[in-house]
Write a protein that binds this ligand. Sequence first.
Ligand code: NAD
Ligand code: MG
Length: 395
Amino acid sequence: MNPQRITVLGATGSIGLSTLDVIARHPERYRAFALTGFTRLDELRALCLRFAPCYAVVPEAAAACRLEDELRAAGLDTRVLFGSEGLCEVAAHPEADAVMAAIVGAAGLRPTLAAVEAGKKVLLANKEALVMSGALFMQAVRRSGAQLLPIDSEHNAIFQCLPAAYGNGLATVGVRRILLTASGGPFRETPAAELIEVTPAQACAHPNWSMGRKISVDSASMMNKGLELIEACWLFDARPAQVEVVVHPQSVIHSLVDYIDGSVLAQLGNPDMRTPIAHALAWPERIDSGVVPLDLFSIARLDFQAPDPARFPCLRLAREAAEVGGSAPAMLNAANEVAVAAFLDGRVRFPEIASIIEDVLQGEPVVAIDDLETVLHVDIQARARAQAWLLRRER
Ligand code: NAD
Ligand code: MG
């Protein structure tokens, strides 16, 4: 059997590196076909030297020429493409068997959709793409016959706890609710009055998971759980009211499915993204991921709490956007991306992330999403309004 050729979009990131770690453990099964990076191009070069992909993708033409020359000099014939076109080309390439969609944020939308439209096996880490364009994205999955496998640990857990026929509707397989677990992030116990003082470094110091900076801030604000609620609605065709968020500080139960007969199925594991990555890569088979076995005796206990809506308004904003539908989730996502970047740059305080999102959601009209152009337009409008908020704040 020839190894499966994997395109890794966002290879230099946290998920990308974990994916390459799993791929490297199984050279007989998987081969890196294309690797993409946006910053840290030295790291991308090192990954190319190690994995010898057929393609690499960087942001610009000049960087592409430079990297291609360097790889040539090292004896590799990797072709280096650039920009959004390059990303879409390697995502939809006829020789790619599967695509790991692990670019962060809205930048991942086009290449992820390109992989879906090409009918690939798509390993979806980039939740923002689905949040922005949910209905279009899922239509494209159905039309192309792409196989969509969730990488987000919660959604991967839910997928593992559902029967194969869940695509016919959750009610038909006896599901009552989805219980989406949340660690609560680094500020789970921080009093509301202290949140105004927290720094980007504190927000990025997640107690259980090591992740990129944007998703780390999202975890701290619980917007990550809000985005995941919307993601779960699209992936599993659930209503927002069917998805309940449960704070579970140990991050050992990755989510649960509650059935009408009273059975509740959960997936457990150490908090290491190589488990869902290996699961999705090998599905329906199982392979070693490199993750150490779960030691329940050392964990000793599992705790559960309800989320605190007063300290984590982002979760409420996301649930409202999910219920409103249309362009509201895309607006929420765009405003959040601008607000998180501003927080990481030291331009706003942590609680202002929610203020910016609320301003955008209240100020921009909700429209129906019929095509990709509308999604991109909504995204631009929402970003402009969030930027205007920042300018007013700094005046
Ligand atoms: P990261 O910041 O570590 O990596 C992001 C990757 O995207 C990098 O390779 C970067 O070069 C690339 N990138 C950034 N901006 C880009 C742009 N404009 N164009 C092209 N490429 C760009 O992020 P991460 O933690 O690996 O997360 C990646 C995605 O996976 C996010 O959508 C996140 O929500 C999701 N996710 C991550 C985790 C985790 O544990 N890290 C868990 C679940 C879901
Ligand atoms: Mg998650």
